[in-house]
Design a protein around this ligand. Structure first.
Ligand code: SP5
Ligand code: ZN
Length: 344
């Protein structure tokens, strides 16, 4: 029985996660990972006549999340469902050392035990939305496994690539792409190409020792960019995973030409690895007008990226990650979808 007959998977539950502010170097600013991000993409897809390609995800078994995240971290985020509607958790204590607590005793006042930055806020509905985002990715992976689709776009929100085995952060709670990759890699070697502006420290960490998942990322140089502590070219994997992690950091205001050289390099590595499956962690924060990223990719670049990926002829799942210029996000994501899914 096929689990999906459509190309694009989303969840209506994503809108329940709607933090209003984050800390930015000591000041409160509007939360860039806005709840309208998903809707703006869906609206543009519908405007261009693709309503029939959209499918709402069904609930997936929590087991696939437990394969990439610690039970304690999952339970911690779940436990925040008891918060009053008006409250949100801002982590503020980060224990370099801790004494006397078992992980199961960590309560939401101690969120900094599981969260690695001050910009990732949990509200009452965050668990439901983050679980649904992972559901869309996992359902997409099942579409590839069951062979009823060889290219699927999962509109994951909140995003996932910063979430590590037992740390959330970077607007990410559960690692959607990692959950999908873990499932796909049970069938065959899987490559993850992370094109978000920021390095996917979480995805890298989850598969750092794993040779059957090859993680490649093109991102803003961590010397100048979030997440600062990972994403360097010297990070190549460890143990059996050595040689199956590749970081291609780029510095400054990178335009289309420089970007596509790095993309060609990444795609060549993927061809050499010869994976059964490919996952794209797709961020649109590389766009010239994005408020968080310094790259200067054109609108046309997202069409070209979709084409280059489609030309790989590998069964591929794209998971949405970042992209914060909400005025253009719908266009950019739909342009990418049109070539990636060969709609035009
Ligand atoms: C998934 C993803 O793209 N996560 C990025 C997380 C970056 N968080 C650090 C942002 C700090 C800057 N705050 C922006 C204020 C905009 N006015
Ligand atoms: Zn990003």
């Amino acid at each position: 029985m096929p689990t999906c007959s459509k190309h694009i998977i989303y969840s209506a539950k994503e809108k329940l996660h709607a933090p209003d502010q984050e800390w930015n170097f000591g000041r409160m600013v509007p939360y860039p990972e806005k709840e309208i991000r998903g809707e703006t993409i869906i609206n543009e897809l519908k405007l261009r006549g693709y309503d029939s390609l959209l499918e709402e995800t069904s609930d997936q078994d929590i087991g696939y999340l437990e394969s990439v995240h610690s039970t304690e971290m999952i339970n911690h985020i779940r436990s925040c469902q008891s918060l009053p509607e008006s409250e949100a958790i801002y982590p503020h204590i980060f224990p370099y050392h801790h004494y006397g607590h078992s992980e199961s005793e960590i309560n939401y006042r101690m969120a900094g035990y599981f969260c690695f930055d001050v910009g990732t806020i949990i509200g009452k509905n965050t668990f439901v939305a983050a679980k649904a985002a992972a559901d869309t990715a996992v359902q997409g992976a099942r579409c590839l496994l069951e062979n009823d689709r060889d290219r699927v776009f999962a509109l994951c929100r909140p995003p996932g690539h910063h979430a590590d085995y037992k740390h959330y952060g970077g607007y990410c709670y559960f690692n959607n792409a990692a959950a999908a990759a873990n499932l796909l890699s049970t069938r065959g070697k899987t490559a993850i190409l992370d094109l978000d502006y920021h390095h996917g420290n979480g995805t890298q960490g989850i598969f750092y020792h794993t040779p059957t998942v090859y993680y490649i990322s093109i991102h803003g140089d961590p010397r100048e960019n979030y997440p600062y502590f990972s994403g360097f070219a010297a990070e190549k994997g460890e143990g059996l995973g050595y040689g199956h992690n590749l970081n291609l950091p780029l510095s400054g205001s990178v335009g289309d030409n420089e970007y596509f050289q790095a993309l060609d390099q990444a795609l060549q590595k993927i061809s050499d690895y010869n994976p059964y499956y490919l996952i794209i962690s797709m961020g649109f924060d590389t766009f010239v007008k994005d408020p968080l990223g310094d790259f200067k990719l054109s609108e046309e670049a997202f069409r070209r990226i979709g084409t280059r990926i489609e030309q790989m002829k590998i069964p591929t799942l794209t998971c949405l990650e970042g992209g914060y210029d909400v005025d253009d996000l719908g266009d950019n994501a739909t342009n990418y979808a049109e070539t990636f899914l060969e709609l035009t």
